[in-house]
Design a protein around this ligand. Structure first.
Ligand code: PEP
Length: 251
């Protein structure tokens, strides 16, 4: 059985004082029935990882460079993130794909770098509204899955997050039918490519306007193993009810 995962993405939000929110989350769930990961701005990773080392909250990053070191001013490598205490890193978030022209090939190289550094790669996929309206959702997702996920991916180092671009930060989550269709497609694609054992073990998250009031419905959808949560991961008041919904879904 896949252990469920609630992952937060703070994006470019949060200062040291906001780490109190993580302490609140950790104390509310000392022994959670699901995995918890908060992907923080790089400036907070080391401090957060040190403060949360005795808790069940894992700290992650939001991006990494595909090289381990070198002349890449302003970038951070997966090796450095691991050194700072990160356990995972998001790669291929649609904001990175759009704002930094990241291709599937770039995302795959970053995922490989994450694996090489001992980090779990949370690989994001998702269609734009124009692609959905044109009936191209599964074509786009299929191409992203094929080219963004490394050959050697396994359940121990890879999580896939389906995040329709139009649902991120919009307050408009995908419908249950839309999520179910894409997650079933992703599961079948993983099994076809990696075989039944690995293909059924890799966790699939949904992301896009997951909130306390829609979490229970989303977590009941087949092949949804958890969520990647942006805005609602910034405070314990919003994130804790999502964790509770996920823990209840695990039972
Ligand atoms: C995200 O940033 O990955 C995300 C899903 O954001 P939100 O939950 O705010 O839509």
């Amino acid at each position: 059985m896949r252990r469920r995962l609630a992952a937060g993405n703070w994006k470019m939000n949060g200062r040291l004082a906001d780490l109190d929110q993580l302490a609140k989350i950790a104390s509310a769930y000392p022994d959670p029935a699901c995995d918890m990961l908060l992907c923080l701005p790089a400036t907070l990773i080391h401090t957060a990882a040190a403060r949360l080392s005795d808790t069940s909250v894992m700290v992650g990053a939001q991006d990494c460079h595909c090289a381990a070191s070198g002349a890449h001013t302003g970038d951070i490598s997966a090796v450095q993130l691991a050194d700072a205490g990160a356990r995972a890193v998001i790669v291929g978030h649609s904001e990175r794909r759009a704002d930094h022209s990241e291709t599937n090939g770039t995302v795959c190289a970053k995922a490989l770098a994450a694996h090489g550094a001992g980090l779990t790669a949370v690989i994001c996929l998702g269609e734009t509204l124009a692609e959905r309206d044109a009936g191209r959702t599964l074509d786009v997702i299929g191409a992203q899955l094929a080219a963004s996920v490394p050959e050697a991916a396994g359940a121990e180092n890879t999580v896939i997050a389906y995040e329709p671009v139009w649902a991120i930060g919009s307050g408009r989550s995908a419908t249950s039918d839309q999520i179910a269709q894409v997650h079933a497609f992703l599961r079948a694609g993983l099994v076809e490519r990696f075989g039944t054992q690995t293909g059924t073990a890799i966790r699939l998250l949904y992301g896009g306007s997951v909130k306390p009031d829609n979490a229970t419905e989303i977590f009941a959808i087949p092949e949804v193993d958890g969520a990647l949560v942006g805005g609602a991961s910034l405070t314990a008041d919003d994130f804790c009810p999502i964790l509770a919904a996920l823990a209840a879904a695990q039972d």
